[in-house]
Design a protein. Structure first.
Lengths: 291, 393, 190
């Protein structure tokens, strides 16, 4: 025990609700890895952590909000983005991060995802994509690669999955990147870039689900997944997003694909109201909205 | 706390109920609304969208009612007072987030301008057929508060009341309007701001180290915080303990859900808002709410003019139901029966039956919607109920 | 008087609702009456049958619907056809002279005809036909007080159009007064 006491504290411990450990994630799952990157990115970006808020939906990744030692909201399935939209617009000084899974953000929440990107609401959206519904036991989702086995496609998935970077860019995201759970430094770097950028930012992180996706498809454990990510990943910054679709155990294009400037929803709203109402307009939101 | 005069359009106006509701929200200090267009509620947010930018607030048109009903809750946790408005189909979509607001004790106001249903039903015509959905529509056990205005004036007054009750009890409050009150235009008097009393949000006075988001105060309502103040709090729709942390403990679940229910139910007496006419000697009590209460009063007057001792009991606050008052009236000797008039095929009448049991006959005067009852129709029902008793005697 | 029921019927786009709004606002804000104004429309945005209905009383109005109007105003033949059967015996009927043929005419009603469209065209804007009609209504019905209507018009119409709408009101009002004085339509127009 004495050796444990002499260990230096984990550098990200202040960003975790240690009183909630152990977490619920399986051995070999990549969500915890991404959360470690997130904590490091928050530290690197030197944000006022009292002004950073994390919002999740439902699912394995949705539990991130419960472990982050920040103001944190675990909302309803699919609705993290509209909740975060209300939060951000009613208090623009907050940095609002949406952290959720592929099923939550893109299936049940898909409509909110494209509309928030279209409006360019200043949200940092982190999507951990494990190709499957984990918490409910491994069903097919909107990112499950064609032919993959899941509990509800026991003969193989017949559907074409979403290409998330392409979807995000098409809908209007100003920052789009993809990494895998293997690329911890790159993930951290992208998160820092997102924190420093305003507008709808999207980061997809491919992550192993050894218990369901890997096991059912006989892809080995978490370590095997890491080997696959390492071997199959090709970094192509600026790659046209329509060329980065994924396939079952196929090549993975990673990198930062989109980094453009576009006024945020709030900036546009302010401009429009100032133009239309002239002197009558004394500015929107800020302190007036909050009681 | 008094209303901010900038949001209060003091004076006498000729407004429809939808417009009056928007003015009520502004007077109540609401500066954030999100919505999705749906007849016959849309005029509320149209007026809000026109007025609120001049008051430093915003209206956000969302992609659907699911988004609208959760965006307002995000805004509330950022510190805003917020509301959304809808009608039947949209109200159905909002059910999950009524449950989220109940579970997370998020004070917010949801307006349902009722129209004929089920499904798309009668978009431009009235009904009162969402009354039990309002009470039970989200899954699980919870209580909430619902109000039913019967005029544009009350659409103004009760919208303010709805915001106040939401803050007082940290609960979603539903304003159950209907197409007629929403679209009818009448005199609406908006008082000076200094005469409008507002309930401020109950923010904690404790420092972060001592604060527990769901540790109740004496009245079972916990004090609130908002994001960005250094409290590092956690909010979840999962069953949670006093710290706000998820738990699957049966005991913790029981403690939480019982408290959510009790914080409203224990205050049922304070939550009774009722209008009564001619009840002192009434042999037939007509119970009606919303627009139907006005027609019912006319029918009661017609009955009185013909020597029938009819009276009107009008719950203004529908949920929690005015159980105690109703039981008290039902015990009164000389009462022949209770006639429940509502624009549906039997919703609040069930609640009346539950309250009075076999003590007095309870009868429904209902129809499927699209119109309000004609006073003559209710008058005849009153006569019938009075005569039925005569014959039995 | 207990309650007076007024119905104004026409086509969407004729300004029927605004006419009802101005009359109602005048009665409520400046003459101290209780008024419930309801509206009905077809699903089309333009060209559908629509009507404004006002229940006017010294007491709060309990039943907001018009069932048998004391006063019926029709601006289209379709509205005439639909609403005339419900007009109360002894009631008052006002029709747009060029758009509505008052046939069949019920027994025992007082009929007034106003060429509101022509009078509005004389002002250069056919669109203000509804305010001509409101002026005529005010003159022949005796309610609301004409000053109340003038104030209600200023409250109700888009900024910048007050003068035009008020002029339309005066046209209709004067036409109504002259008709009451017993002059024929041809006399008044010439």
């Amino acid at each position: 025990m004495s050796t444990q006491q002499s260990l230096p504290p984990n550098p990200v411990e202040t960003l975790l609700r240690t009183d909630r450990m152990p977490h619920i994630w399986c051995p070999g799952c990549g969500i915890g890895t991404t959360m470690n990157c997130f904590a490091r990115a928050l530290q690197q970006a030197r944000l006022d952590l009292d002004k950073v808020v994390i919002v999740s939906g439902i699912g394995c990744t949705g539990r991130v909000a419960g472990y982050a030692h920040l103001d944190s909201f675990h909302t309803t399935h699919g609705r993290a983005i509209p909740f975060a939209t209300g939060l951000k617009l009613a208090n623009p000084e907050l940095t609002v991060v949406v952290y959720s899974g592929d099923g939550d953000l893109i299936a049940i929440g898909g409509n909110h995802f494209i509309h928030a990107a279209r409006r360019n609401v200043d949200l940092k959206v982190i999507c951990v994509n494990n190709f499957i519904y984990g918490m409910t036991g491994g069903q097919v989702g909107p990112t499950t690669p064609a032919t993959a086995l899941t509990s509800t496609t026991p003969y193989g998935c017949p559907e074409q999955p979403f290409n998330l970077p392409h979807l995000a860019e098409s809908a209007g995201a100003v920052y789009v990147a993809r990494w895998t759970a293997y690329h911890v430094r790159q993930i951290t770097h992208s998160m820092v870039e997102m924190f420093r950028k305003s507008g709808f930012c999207f980061l997809e992180i491919l992550s192993p689900c050894p218990t369901l996706y890997q096991r059912r498809n006989r892809l080995g454990d978490g370590l095997e997944a890491m080997k696959y990510y390492k071997e199959a990943s090709v970094t192509r910054h600026g790659a046209p997003t329509k060329e980065v679709a994924l396939s079952f155990q196929g090549p993975i294009v990673v990198g930062k694909f989109v980094d453009v400037e576009r006024p945020t929803y709030l900036e546009l709203l302010n401009q429009q109201l100032a133009r239309a109402l002239e002197a009558q307009y004394t500015g929107c939101i800020e302190e007036h909205v909050r009681g | 706390m008094k209303a901010d005069p900038r949001g209060v359009l003091s004076g006498v106006h000729f407004l429809d109920g939808d417009q009056a509701c928007a003015e009520g929200a502004l007077a109540a200090g609401c500066r954030f609304a999100a919505g999705y267009p749906i007849t016959p509620s849309t005029e509320i947010v149209e007026r809000f969208a026109q007025r609120v930018p001049l008051l430093g607030g915003m209206f956000l048109q969302m992609e659907d009612e699911l988004a609208a009903s959760i965006a307002i809750q995000g805004a509330v946790w950022a510190g805003a007072k917020a509301f959304t408005v809808t009608s039947g189909p949209g109200f159905s979509l909002m059910m999950e987030h009524i449950g989220y607001a109940a579970m997370t004790e998020t004070p917010c106001v949801i307006v349902d301008v009722q129209r004929g249903g089920p499904s798309t039903g009668l978009p431009t015509l009235p009904a009162q057929a969402d009354m039990q959905q309002a009470r039970w529509g989200s899954h699980g056990d919870y209580e909430l508060i619902a109000l039913a205005p019967n005029s544009p004036q009350e659409c103004f007054d009760l919208t303010i009341e709805a915001f106040n009750l939401a803050e007082r009890y940290r609960t979603p409050v539903l304003l159950m309007m209907d197409e007629i009150v929403g679209h009818m235009t009448e005199r609406v008097e908006i008082p000076p701001a200094e005469q409008i009393e507002l309930v401020p949000r109950r923010y904690t006075t404790k420092p972060p180290a001592e604060y527990q988001p769901f540790a109740p105060e004496a009245d079972l309502v916990p004090a609130m915080v908002r994001a960005g103040q250094g409290y590092r709090f956690h909010i979840t729709g999962l069953t949670h303990d006093e710290r706000g942390y998820p738990t699957t403990s049966v005991a913790a679940h029981d403690r939480l859900v019982r408290r959510l229910v009790a914080k409203i139910r224990n205050h049922a007496a304070q939550l009774t808002r009722v209008e009564e006419h001619f009840l002192e000697d009434a042999e037939v009590i007509v119970l009606a709410y919303g627009i139907t209460s006005r027609v019912a009063l006319r029918a009661v007057q017609m009955a009185r003019a013909r020597g029938i001792a009819a009276g009107l009991l009008r719950p203004i606050l529908i949920w929690p139901f005015l159980e105690a008052r109703l039981r008290q009236l039902a015990r009164r000797p000389g009462l022949s029966g209770i006639l429940v008039a509502e624009i549906n095929l039997g919703q609040i009448v069930r609640e009346v039956e539950r309250c009075v049991g076999a003590q007095v006959p309870v009868q429904l005067a209902g129809h499927a919607g699209g119109s309000v009852h004609h006073p003559q129709e209710l008058f005849e029902a009153i006569v019938q109920m009075a005569h039925a008793v005569e014959i039995e005697r | 008087m207990s309650e007076v029921e007024i119905q104004i019927g026409g086509l969407g786009g004729q300004g029927v609702i605004l006419a009802g709004m101005v009359i109602g606002r005048g009665l409520v804000l400046y003459d101290g009456y209780h008024v419930s104004l309801t509206q009905s429309f077809g699903p089309e945005a333009r060209g559908s049958a629509c009507s404004a209905q006002l229940v006017v009383s010294r007491e709060p109005v309990l039943y907001p619907y018009v069932t048998n109007p004391h006063i019926l105003v029709t601006l289209s033949q379709e509205a005439y056809r639909r609403f005339v059967p419900s007009l109360r015996p002894g009631g008052t009927l006002i029709v747009e002279a060029d758009l509505v043929q008052a046939v069949p005419l019920p027994d025992a009603v007082a009929l007034y005809r106003v060429p509101a469209t022509r009078l509005a065209e004389a002002l250069g804007r056919r669109l203000v036909m509804n305010m001509v009609l409101v002026g005529f209504f005010t003159a022949v019905i005796g309610l609301p007080h004409p000053d109340s209507v003038r104030r209600a018009i200023r409250d109700s119409v888009p900024t910048g159009t007050e003068a035009l709408n008020l002029a339309a009101f005066e046209q209709g009002y004067n036409f109504g007064l002259k008709q009451l004085a017993g002059k024929s339509e041809a006399d008044i127009l010439h």
